[in-house]
Ligand binder design. Sequence first.
Ligand SMILES: Nc1ncnc2c1ncn2[C@@H]1O[C@H](COP(=O)(O)OP(=O)(O)OP(=O)(O)O)[C@@H](O)[C@H]1O
Length: 261
Amino acid sequence: MSGTTGGPVLEAAGVGVRFGGIRALDGVGMTLRAGEVCGLIGPNGAGKTTFFDVVSGIRRPDEGRVLLDGEDITRRSPVWRARHGMRRTFQRQQLFGQLTVADNLLVAQEWRGGGGGLAADLLAAPTRRTYERRRRERASSMLHACGLDALAGEYAGALPVGQARMVELARAGVEGARVVLLDEPASGMTDDEICQLKSVIRHLSDQQGCAVLLVEHNVAFVMDLCSRIVVLDLGTVLAEGTPAAVRADPAVRDAYLGPAG
Ligand SMILES: Nc1ncnc2c1ncn2[C@@H]1O[C@H](COP(=O)(O)OP(=O)(O)OP(=O)(O)O)[C@@H](O)[C@H]1O
């Protein structure tokens, strides 16, 4: 389980989303603290991805609010949220397949600009070179933390699924991440890769102070890694608590975990 946690970074309150007659989310609330790893689990169709879409700004909710550091960001764009430290991975991989692994991590830092603007870029001014060096240092340090040093020069599109997922995580965490939303990060990974994944997520929460929220169907992985778990069912929060409390909850067993839980 992850270590100490800080104050609330992300809050969702009363979030509701309808698709025609379907209530995908209904009054969902949640708070995520700095340095915390929280699991979001539940049966297929429970609303987990829709909740990620609302938090990351891809979908505007019909009801409710999302707050980042206490500021209402419900109407903010995904780009604004990314610029303010929100990162997300998707069930379907979204790497730049024709770039190398290292370049995927460099591109992820481009949004800040190179320092000194276009003129500095053209003249390769010292500020520009310093920014570039820092970018490369951050990329190689993150690749190292993820056990990906040997793959830095490989094309991302040629990687097997487990390694590609790890690169996505590295790209999400390489710079400025504060809230990290991971959609099925362990899917397609070998047991060794899952061990590495756990240690990288712990690195993000413990060392970088990120608030991590992850959707994952690998229950053993979630129970081992998360300090808190929120269970969604039919668009509402069915239960919330420590892994032990959630595992023991009869309603959660009925709806999701089954008797052997
Ligand atoms: N674009 C959409 N149009 C219509 N209905 C949708 C749409 N997206 C999701 N839904 C419905 O909303 C509900 C919640 O779906 P969602 O994908 O958020 O669940 P989930 O918990 O992520 O499921 P899974 O574990 O299978 O990924 C489901 O009933 C789903 O069919």
